[in-house]
Design a protein around this ligand. Structure first.
Ligand code: CP
Ligand code: NVA
Length: 304
């Protein structure tokens, strides 16, 4: 008989809108419920971090435990991955012990290798090219404040990085307009923009003009100038300076527009302190919603 299809959560664009909606609806229900349901009782989640994390680690650990599950966290060089055991073999072994695996890795290929060899669901906890769990939390946060994101306008100002890539996937699946303001050399890839055109839903515009992209937006979003996989340097800072989210840029958006950032953030670099700590900022809700969104994702992966 054909192998049962394993429910991986590797990228937003690999799922249809109904499945993604189901995860978010479930997340919202779990967020509201104060009860003691333990749907993950007897289940164990393994978290593998090849890069540092605060939010992803704590939100997965606490979320899994709140719903009755157990967690094992493996970081950096303390596991055999750092000593030449392939990620595929690690995946085969972990599948004998745990029910679901999250991986944060520097290399997209490792995520796919793990998913192809693991017999339990694999969740993408950030790679150099995408961060789907973050954007699920971001959609939840946006909709709590502004209602359905369908048809709304989200402006990304800054490096069109891994987080931006998942926003692009979301624009298509949730059918909204994403306006990306970025320097030419930090644009989304042509392959991603070709995918958007082929899907024919959502709208993604790319420009070097931050003011033009921010005008009339429902949300302005940014991220660090220097992601974990980038070398820091004056050149990046100079390239990205015109894309700082500050009061002048926020003033171009709708008066009730929200400011979003996946964190960690750097006041005075990609965002001014006034905006980050100001009344339009929803960043702390966004961080909290990582946990709620991931409960929805875990429930889908575990089919509970
Ligand atoms: N936003 C986010 O993924 O944060 P961490 O790197 O702290 O997990
Ligand atoms: N773009 C950032 C996101 C961190 C959560 C990075 O990759 O470092």
């Amino acid at each position: 008989s054909p192998a049962k299809k394993v429910r991986h959560f590797l990228d937003i664009h690999q799922h249809d809108t109904a499945a993604l909606r189901g995860m978010l609806d479930h997340a919202a229900v779990l967020k509201r419920s104060k009860g003691h349901a333990k749907p993950f009782a007897g289940k164990t989640l393994a978290l593998i971090f090849e890069k540092p994390s605060t939010r992803t680690r704590v939100s997965f650990e606490v979320g899994m435990r709140q719903l009755g599950g157990e967690v094992v966290t493996l970081t950096g060089k303390e596991i055999q991955l750092g000593h030449g055991e392939t990620i595929a073999d690690t995946g085969r072994v972990l599948s004998r012990f745990v029910d679901v695996i999250m991986l944060r890795t520097d290399d997209e290929a490792k995520l796919h290798e793990l998913a192809s060899c693991a017999t339990v669901p694999v969740i993408n906890g950030l790679t150099d090219v995408s961060h789907p769990c973050q954007i699920m939390a971001d959609i939840l946060t946006f909709e709590e404040r502004k209602g359905s994101i369908e048809g709304k306008v989200v402006c990304w100002s800054g490096d069109a990085n891994n987080v931006c890539q998942s926003w692009i996937h979301a624009a298509v699946r949730f059918d909204f307009e994403l306006r990306i303001a970025c320097p030419d050399e930090l644009r989304p890839t042509d392959a991603t923009l070709d995918w958007v055109r082929a899907e024919g839903k959502g709208k993604v515009i790319v420009s070097t003009d931050a003011a033009a992209m921010a005008r009339g937006a429902d949300a302005i979003v940014t991220d660090t100038w220097v992601s974990m996989h980038h070398a820091d340097g004056e050149r990046r800072h100079n390239l990205l300076k015109p894309y700082q989210v500050n009061e002048q840029l926020m003033a171009l958006a709708k008066p009730d527009a929200i400011f979003m950032h996946c964190l960690p953030a750097h006041r005075g670099e990609e965002v001014s302190a006034c905006v980050m700590d100001g009344p339009q900022s929803v960043i702390w809700d966004e961080a909290e919603n990582r946990m709620h969104a991931q409960k929805g994702i875990l429930s889908w992966c575990l089919n509970t």
